[in-house]
Design a protein around this ligand. Structure first.
Ligand code: TXE
Length: 480
C-alpha cells in the first residue's frame, strides 16, 4: 500500500486529525494506497511554513531561483519512467502518454519559468515636463494557493507552481484527491533540488474541505485554480468578497471545424488525437466535430474506421491507445451522457460500451465513442462530458458553422481545418475562444496566453501572463 503524506516545511507529515482517503488504481478498480484527508489545521500549518519562508525566498536572486527551478526540471527528466508509471497508475492513462506528454511537460514548466523569470522586466514612464519619472515594481504577492484537477495531474499542478515560485511567492498547493501520487513524489525532488523548506507546501485532501480551507484562508492572497466550471464558480463566490486575485481555468466544449479544402489525411489523424487523447479527459479536446457537408459522408466513413482501430487496454501495454477513465463515478457520468445522446435521437456510430480488459475486469474502461447528432442544441453538444466521446454533424457554410461553434456556454479552444486564408482570418477573429488552432491541435508554445472566455474561466496562464498574475504591480512616481 502506498501512503501519501502532506509535504509541509520540507517534511512529510500525516494529517493532524489522522483521517485518510482511499486511493484507487483505475486500471483494476483496486485500492492501492491512501492519502491525507487534511483539514484546515493542516492548511494552517502549511500556510505558517509558507509565510515563514517568504521573506527569504522573495529576496532570493533571480539566478538562484532559476537554478533551483531548472534543477527540479532536470530531476523530473532523470526520473521520467518512475513518474510516468506513477501518473499512469493514479490516473489510468497509458504509461506511453505520461512518458511522452505529462512528465516531460511538467519538467518543461519548471525549465520554462526558471528561464522566463530572468527575462521578466517591468516598465518605466517619464512624465515629460513634470520633472517626474515613474517606474513599475512587480513584487511577489506572498503566500498563494494552487489547486489542480485529475486529468493532467503533474502537468497542470506544476503549470501553476512553477510561475508562482519563479515570481518569488511561497505556495500552498492541493492536487486532486483522485490523483495525488506524482505531487507527493515531487516533494523529494524539490528537497533534492535545494528548494528551501516551506517555499512549496503540498496539502492533500478533498475539495470541499482542504481546497475550501485554502480558498477561504484570509492570508492566502491569490488562488490559481484549474477544474470544473461549477467548482470555479463556487471558488469565485468565496474568494471575491475577500478581494483575492483569481485565475480560473475551467471547462470546455470545443468545436473542431473541418472544411473540404483541408489537408485531409493530416486532419483525420489529428482529429482522432484531439477527440480521444487522455481518454478524452482534456478540456482542450475537440468534442464537437463540425464537417462541411460536401465531405461529411467520406469523413464519417474514414473517421469511424480509424476510431474502431484504437486499442482500449491496460495502461501499461505499449500498444494501448485508450486507457482507463479516472474513476468509477466518472465512467458512470460518461456512460450517462451516452444514454442521454440516444434519448435525444443521437446515433452511436461506434463505441458506447464498457470494455472488460482481460485480467482487469474491475477497471474503468470505455470504448471511444462517436455520436451523430441532429442539432447543436442537444445536451451532448452543450454540456461537457470530459470522456472518450465526440459528436459529429454537417454544416453548410461559414456563417452556419460559426453560429453553432459559438452557441455554447464555454469558450476555451477551437480547431479549424482549412487552407483558405480569408476564411481563416474571418473565423479565427469571430470564434469565441481563448485559443484557436488552425491545421493543428495542442501545439503549445509556453510563452502564449492560455485560458478561456465565457464559462471556461477568468484570466490567463502561460508566459509573462502567469508572472504578472503572481505579482502585484506598484507604480512609483518620483518628482525631481
Ligand atoms: O474538477 P473539480 P475535476 C476541467 C474539466 C472538467 C474538470 C475535471 O473540463 O470539467 O476540470 O477536473 C478541487 N474549493 N478542467 O473533476 O471537481 C478538487 O479537489 C476548493 C479545465 O477534478 O473542479 C480538485 O483538486 N477546491 C482545465 C480541483 O478542485 C475544490 C483543464 C478540481 O476539481 C473545491 C483541466 C472547493 N469547494 C480540467 N471543490 C483547463 N481549462 O485547462 C473541488 N476542489
Amino acid at each position: 500500500m502506498t501512503t501519501i503524506k502532506n509535504y509541509i516545511n520540507g517534511d512529510f507529515q500525516n494529517p493532524i486529525k489522522g483521517n485518510w482517503i482511499d486511493n484507487y488504481n483505475p486500471s483494476n478498480g483496486e485500492i492501492y494506497g491512501q492519502l491525507p484527508d487534511s483539514t484546515k489545521e493542516d492548511v494552517e500549518n502549511a500556510y505558517i511554513a509558507a509565510k515563514s519562508a517568504f521573506p527569504s525566498w522573495s529576496q532570493t536572486s533571480l539566478e538562484e531561483r532559476s537554478r533551483i527551478l531548472i534543477k527540479i526540471s532536470e530531476l523530473l527528466e532523470t526520473n521520467l519512467q518512475r513518474f510516468a508509471e506513477a501518473e499512469s497508475k493514479d490516473n489510468g492513462k497509458p504509461v506511453s502518454l505520461a512518458k511522452a506528454v505529462d512528465i516531460p511537460r511538467a519538467a518543461s514548466n519548471f525549465r520554462f519559468f526558471g528561464n522566463a523569470i530572468t527575462q521578466f522586466a517591468s516598465e518605466s514612464h517619464e512624465s515629460i515636463g513634470q520633472q517626474a519619472v515613474n517606474y513599475t515594481l512587480r513584487q511577489p504577492i506572498g503566500v498563494v494557493g494552487c489547486i489542480s484537477p485529475w486529468n493532467l495531474p503533474l502537468y497542470l499542478f506544476t503549470w501553476k507552481i512553477a510561475p508562482a515560485l519563479a515570481a518569488g511567492n511561497c505556495v500552498v498547493a492541493k492536487p486532486s484527491e483522485v490523483t495525488p501520487l506524482t505531487a507527493f513524489l515531487l516533494g523529494d525532488i524539490c528537497n533534492e533540488a535545494g528548494l528551501p523548506k516551506g517555499v512549496l507546501n503540498i496539502v492533500h485532501g478533498l475539495g470541499e474541505s482542504t481546497g475550501q480551507a485554502i480558498v477561504e484562508h484570509p492570508d492566502i492572497k491569490a488562488i490559481s485554480f484549474t477544474g470544473g466550471t461549477t467548482t470555479g464558480a463556487h471558488i469565485a463566490r468565496v474568494a471575491a468578497p475577500m478581494f483575492k486575485k483569481l485565475s480560473l481555468e475551467l471547462g470546455g466544449k470545443n468545436p473542431n471545424i473541418i472544411f473540404a479544402d483541408c489537408d485531409y489525411e493530416e486532419m483525420l489523424s489529428t482529429t482522432v488525437r484531439s477527440s480521444f487523447a487522455n481518454q478524452g479527459q482534456i478540456c482542450l479536446c475537440g468534442s464537437r466535430i463540425f464537417i462541411e457537408a460536401s465531405i461529411y459522408e467520406k469523413f464519417k466513413t474514414d473517421f469511424i474506421k480509424k476510431v474502431k482501430a484504437l486499442k482500449v487496454g491496460h495502461p501499461s501495454e505499449s500498444d494501448t491507445n485508450i486507457g482507463a477513465l479516472v474513476s468509477k463515478s466518472h465512467l458512470d457520468k460518461v456512460k450517462e451522457y451516452i444514454q442521454i445522446a440516444k434519448d435525444e435521437n443521437g446515433i452511436v456510430l461506434c463505441g458506447g460500451n464498457e470494455v472488460k480488459v482481460k485480467g482487469y475486469e474491475n477497471g474503468y474502461y470505455l470504448e471511444p465513442t462517436v455520436i451523430e447528432v441532429q442539432s447543436n442544441d442537444c445536451r451532448v453538444n452543450q454540456e461537457e462530458i470530459f470522456g472518450p466521446v465526440v459528436t459529429m454533424m454537417p454544416f453548410q457554410n461559414e456563417d452556419d458553422v460559426l453560429k453553432m461553434a459559438n452557441k455554447v456556454k464555454y469558450g476555451l479552444s477551437a480547431t479549424l481545418w482549412t487552407n483558405n486564408l480569408k476564411r481563416t482570418m474571418h473565423l479565427t477573429n469571430q470564434l469565441q475562444a481563448g485559443i484557436v488552432w488552425v491545421n493543428t491541435w495542442m501545439l503549445r508554445d509556453l510563452r502564449t496566453p492560455f485560458g478561456g472566455v465565457k464559462a471556461s474561466g477568468v484570466g490567463r496562464e502561460g508566459g509573462f501572463e502567469a508572472l504578472r498574475f503572481f505579482t502585484e504591480a506598484k507604480n512609483v512616481c518620483i518628482k525631481y
